[in-house]
Design a binder for this molecule. Sequence first.
Ligand SMILES: Cc1ncc(C[n+]2csc(CCOP(=O)(O)OP(=O)(O)O)c2C)c(N)n1
Ligand code: SF4
Length: 293
Amino acid sequence: MLKMMAASKGLVTHGVSSCQGCGIELIIRNVLDVLGEDTVLVIPPGCAALFSGTGPEAAVKLAGIQGNLENSAAIASGIAAGFRHQGNEHTTVCAFCGDGATVDIGLQSLSGAMERNENILYICYDNEAYMNTGIQGSSSTPLGASTTTTPAGKPVGSKDLIQIVMAHGVPYAATASVADLGDLRRKVKKAKGIKGCRVLHIHCPCPTGWGYHSSKTIELAREGVDSGAWVLMEYENGRVKLGRRPSKLGHAEDYMKLQKRFRTAVGELTAQTNERIISRYEYLEKLERLGGE
Ligand SMILES: Cc1ncc(C[n+]2csc(CCOP(=O)(O)OP(=O)(O)O)c2C)c(N)n1
Ligand code: SF4
C-alpha cells in the first residue's frame, strides 16, 4: 500500500477498496485534485471511510480525522476554530459525508455550523441510502426505491437537502453530479475561494445499492440530470441559479429502468415521481426568477 501511495500522482492512492464503478471514488479524486494538499478532511463512518482509515490503509494523502455520523460539521467547525486561533486563513477544512451522515444523523450539527456560518466546506456525496451497512433507506432515498428497510419501495419521497441549506442563508451552496465533472470541479473551485459555510450536494451513483452494472455509472448519472431527478444548481448571496435544463424533464422512466432498486416502482409510483420532479423544478425556476428581479 505504501508503494501504491508513492506511485499514485493525485491525492488519492491507487488500490482503494470501494466497489467497481463507485461514484465516491470519482468524486473524491476530483474534489481533492481541485482543493489541493492544503486541505484537512473530516470523514464520518460510511463508504467514504474506505478512503480514510489509519496508517497504511489510508487512501488519501492528507491530514484528516474519522469522526462519528452525528458530528462531522461540528468536528470541522472545531478544526476551523483552531486554524482561526493560529491565524491560518488558507487551509480548507472539508467534511466529506454520506447522505445518512448529512440528512439524518448529522443534520443538527450541519444546521448549527450553517447557522454560525463556520468557515468550512461541507460536501455530501449522496448515494441515497446507508450503503456501508447494507443498503438501509435514508431520508435521501427517493420515492419507490427498494432498500433493505424499504423492500417494497420507499413509500415517501426524499428530504430536499439543498432547500434546507438555502433556508440557512449560507454564502454558497451548489448541487453537482458525476454526470458533469467539469461543472463539479468548477463548483468545488468556487466554493474553495469563498469564506464561510459552503455546502456541496453531489449525486453519487452506487452500482451495489442501486442495482446496475458498474460500467454504467456515468450513463446513469446523466439520465438522472436529463430527467430532472437530479437538478444542477447554485445558490449564492441569496440567489438561485439553475444549471443545464433537463432535456427530458419529468420523464424519469429511462433513469429508473436502469436500476433494480426501482423494480417495484411501477405505474402509479413512476407517475408520482415524474409529477414531483416537474413541480420541484418549476418551484426552483420561480426561485431563480425571483432572484433576478
Ligand atoms: C449513530 C450511528 N448509527 C449507526 C452507525 C453505523 N453506521 C456506520 S456507517 C453507516 C452508514 C452511513 O451511511 P451514509 O452516511 O449514507 O454513507 P454511505 O455508507 O452510504 O457512504 C452506519 C449506519 C454509526 N456509526 N453511528
Ligand atoms: S456500496 Fe456503493 S457507495 Fe459504497 S463503495 Fe460500493 S459502490 Fe461505492
